[in-house]
Design a protein around this ligand. Structure first.
Ligand SMILES: [Zn+2]
Length: 446
């Protein structure tokens, strides 16, 4: 069955003629159309068409993940769009259309799921709408049957251009300067799905030239980028973060990206190599930028090492952009509402927040819902950022082992640091998103 693997690993140069015709209607409509020719067309051909259709719709709807639950008598397909799962298809399964087998083969698995549990991860590439889309496939055996999750990596959606991340012009100038330091370490923090990997890639892409050696350590390698030397961590084979870092340092690197720092050993090696002429970018799991310092203290990193190697840190979240087709103008919240909102905040921060919300000249928007945005009121996402740049005042506090709150206040007062909430409010003021969306995203500060 040679055709099973036919369009696997397309090389990006495949002619556009492989594209599907322009899609109309929903995935459910497409599915119903497809099922009509059942019996007259071999099931395998239908499975190929169905998997194509699912991916075409997924890209059209800008989904990041596709969940295929082929369980019992039903076939359920859900798309994650702008961070939220949506039902796209929930129909009686046609068992003579071997959809999961088709996707398993594309991913490089055996057509039939293994009889005993085995972690299965694979990937393939497909040309959709003229673009090379990378798809990462994970299989999971549930009691009702196999569940496949397809992570869809669309370079256009990823927006790997630093200009597309959502940084405002002032922050953009600062960050472009910081990432051009000859050595030092820059941290990015944010919850899962906050876009921090995208930011890391965008930064690397921005500074990468043929004259520098950029090496990355990742788990997993999310997206393959030209010009970078990307390596995959594998605890199974002993290629741990710390071991990977030691190996990288023997590879004459200029710039190193470490996917995540989570223990003393990898933190210590990273910070030391930042002192000895390397430029490092990494992520670390904390609730905001200033708490990175406390996290490093907790890991046992001495204050002098942090103070002398850290260039700065950025915390980020993704907020949904309000739908341009249906959003409506909103009046700013009343002073009483704002007072209630800020009452438990640090007084200095609360005062800034209050002024930011109430300052005249804002064009607040409120979400509504229309067919264009599938009645969610939102379309697409953008980042909100908290950028903390090391300065003399912060450095002194690091050496004094100061608590996070103090470092945060110093960042705001002396380093013009804007917290996530402040940056989000600025985006709501210009009508990019809504105040409720900013509050939703920043309220869960984990
Ligand atoms: Zn809309």
């Amino acid at each position: 069955m040679a055709f099973w693997g036919n369009d696997k690993q397309e090389d990006g140069k495949t002619p556009i003629q492989q594209q599907q015709p322009v899609l109309t209607g929903s995935l459910e409509d497409s599915y119903n159309e497809l099922v009509k020719v059942k019996g007259r067309t071999p099931g395998i051909d239908l499975a190929i068409r169905l998997s194509d259709l699912i991916l075409d719709h997924a890209v059209k709807e800008r989904s990041s993940d596709v969940h295929i639950e082929s369980q019992g008598a039903n076939l359920r397909v859900r798309f994650r769009v702008d961070g939220i799962l949506q039902d796209m298809l929930n129909s009686p399964k046609n068992s003579d259309i071997p959809l999961t087998q088709r996707i398993r083969v594309l991913a490089g698995f055996d057509p039939e799921p293994p009889t005993s549990f085995r972690n299965e991860e694979g990937r393939f590439q497909k040309i959709i709408a003229g673009r090379a889309i990378q798809v990462r496939v994970s299989s999971f055996p549930t009691v009702n049957g196999e569940k496949l999750v397809l992570r869809v990596l669309d370079r256009q959606q990823l927006g790997l251009d630093i200009e597309q991340l959502g940084l405002d012009p002032e922050a953009m100038v600062i960050i472009k300067k910081v990432i051009r330091n000859p050595y030092g370490i820059f941290f990015i923090t944010g919850s899962t799905g906050s876009g921090k990997t995208t930011s890391l890639y965008a930064i690397l892409k921005n500074i990468s030239t043929p004259m520098i050696n950029v090496i990355t350590l990742e788990d997993p390698v999310e997206y393959r980028l030209e010009g970078l030397n990307q390596a995959q961590i594998s605890a199974k084979t002993g290629f741990t973060w710390a071991e990977g870092l030691r190996t990288i340092l023997r590879q004459d690197p200029d710039v190193i990206m470490v996917g995540e720092i989570r223990d003393y050993e990898s933190a210590e090696i990273s910070l030391r190599s930042a002192l000895t002429g390397h430029l490092l970018f990494t992520t670390i799991h904390t609730i905001n930028a200033p708490s990175i310092i406390e996290r490093l203290f907790e890991m046992g990193i001495p204050p002098f090492l942090i103070a002398s190697s850290m260039l700065g840190a950025m915390s980020q979240r993704l907020v949904r952009k309000v739908c341009p087709h249906c959003s409506q103008k909103a009046t700013p919240p009343s002073e009483a509402v704002v007072n209630e909102f800020i009452k438990n905040m640090d007084p200095t921060e609360g005062k800034i927040i209050k002024e930011l919300i109430l300052k005249p000249g804002a064009t607040y928007k409120i979400e509504k819902g229309c067919p264009e945005c599938r009645n969610t009121g939102y379309m697409g996402r953008t980042g909100i950022f908290e950028l903390m740049i090391m300065n003399e005042e912060i450095r002194k506090q690091v050496l004094d082992h100061a608590p996070t709150d103090l470092i945060k206040r110093t960042g705001v007062q002396t380093g013009k640091m804007r917290t996530l909430l402040m940056d989000g409010i600025l985006k709501a003021r210009t009508g990019v998103t809504t105040l409720s969306e900013v509050i939703r995203v920043t309220a869960t500060m984990v």
